[in-house]
Design a protein around this ligand. Structure first.
Ligand code: COA
Length: 383
């Protein structure tokens, strides 16, 4: 697929959407579109998904190396000890409108955490590491609390004897599903955790570059992730699949979408133009879930859409394409899909926020002005 041309204005090359612009260095992750490869701190994401837990990947993103057994045990103890949120925080979440989108409530709930933040002492990096852990531990509790309360159900407190993925199901549904479902969920969190200078990470880095705090930067990331061109696509994919409804309707639906020049959600990517490196791993999870649920409908619809999109348009599916129906089959409400993405991506955002702070320069690009020439203000009687 051809890249959009640059816009030339006043002899300045403007890259709309910063397409192809390199704005900084990072040691957190690397995307190589030519080989469909994504590495976190040098490890291939599909290898991490196959061999590690989400907690190990969070440790890796923050520390640059995978944890030893004892480092992992300490990391898990710390994360589990921070899961509970305060009574005041619960009361704030209880007051959110029941029909507000959960992305709006999690954005506000994270902001509240920032407003009630205590100083722990130590240097900024040390403090930010603790705050990052606090965000990682508490965001699932905020999401699950909001989910239960909006459904008029009793809140379920976090459990300290469960993994992050197990505990999230426990807090949402009061039960923990079979290990293969937990593993699929954990893998989705690993795949969603980090993706270099994507829109939400860049937004978080811009906020951080003003020397604002880590919570404000995380809120900026959540705000950017919400949009359907970014994280919101996993929800949009499921709405699209429900609208299609049956594998036999997939092709006519897609042909009409082409005629109407509609975006097909879950396809395309700013960086990957020959396929998203995370898709095969998540697709395998989706197939396993379909077998577990004895419901192949969503897989079959997706197969038809993917075949035609790739063959005829050369546009490949992205991670949201298999992740949306996977979360649906796990039993989550569609509007929880992007908040689940937040639970995961908070690791990448905070790794980038700390990287930005360690070598900061205010991010402040330029623009080419296309408005009116300078002019006098006319008296009000002559406007
Ligand atoms: N459905 C239909 N056409 C698509 C498409 C999609 N999902 N994604 C890209 N295209 C088309 C564009 O319309 C454009 O066609 P044109 O050249 O005739 O105008 C061409 O492919 C190039 O795409 P472009 O808009 O330059 O890509 P981008 O890098 O600006 O946008 C996305 C990338 C992700 C925003 C875009 O692919 C998209 O909107 N996808 C759907 C939302 C989604 O799944 N987002 C999650 C991303 S992980």
């Amino acid at each position: 697929m051809a890249r959009k041309p640059k816009t030339a204005a006043a002899n300045v090359d403007i890259r709309k959407g910063l397409d192809g612009v390199v704005v900084d260095t990072t040691a957190v992750s690397r995307v190589v579109p030519e080989t469909n490869s994504l590495t976190y701190r040098g490890y291939a994401v599909q290898d991490l998904a196959a061999q590690c837990s989400f907690e190990e990947v969070a440790y890796l993103l923050w520390n640059g190396e995978l944890p030893t057994r004892s480092q992992l045990a300490a990391f898990r103890r710390d994360e589990r000890s921070r899961r509970e949120i305060s009574k005041d925080h619960i009361a704030v979440i209880r007051r959110f409108p029941k029909d507000a989108h959960p992305m709006d409530t999690i954005r506000t709930a994270v902001s509240y955490l920032g407003a009630t933040e205590v100083a722990w002492g130590g240097g900024k990096l040390e403090e930010d590491r603790r705050r990052a852990m606090d965000l990682l531990a508490k965001i699932p509790t905020m999401i699950a609390t909001d989910y239960r309360l909006r459904h008029g159900k009793r809140r379920i407190a976090p459990r300290g004897d469960l993994s992050m993925s197990e505990n999230f199901f426990h807090m949402c549904f009061g039960t923990v599903p079979p290990p293969e479902v937990i593993r699929a969920f954990d893998i989705s969190l690993i795949l969603y955790a980090e993706h270099s200078f994507n829109a939400s990470t860049f937004a978080a880095r811009v906020v951080s570059s003003t020397m604002s705090d880590i919570y404000s930067a995380a809120v900026g990331g959540i705000a950017a992730l919400k949009g359907p061109l970014h994280g919101g696509a996993n929800e949009a994919v499921m709405h699209m699949l429900l609208e299609i409804g049956h594998p036999k309707k997939a092709e006519p639906w897609l042909r009409k979408a082409f005629r109407d020049r509609k975006l097909v959600m879950g396809f395309g990517h700013r960086v990957y133009k020959w396929g998203d490196s995370r898709v095969p791993t998540m697709r395998k999870c989706l197939h396993d879930l379909a077998a577990w649920k004895k419901d192949e409908r969503w897989v079959e619809i997706e197969d038809v859409l993917a075949q035609i999109m790739v063959d005829e348009k050369g546009i490949h599916p992205n991670l949201d394409f298999p992740a949306g129906p996977a979360y649906y089959m796990m039993g989550f409400d569609i509007d929880l899909f992007t908040p689940i993405f937040v639970m995961s991506r908070i690791t990448g955002w905070t790794a980038h926020i700390m990287e930005q702070s360690a070598d900061n320069r205010l991010i402040r690009p330029l623009s080419t002005y296309t408005g009116r020439d300078q002019r006098e203000i006319p008296p009000i009687s002559k406007r």
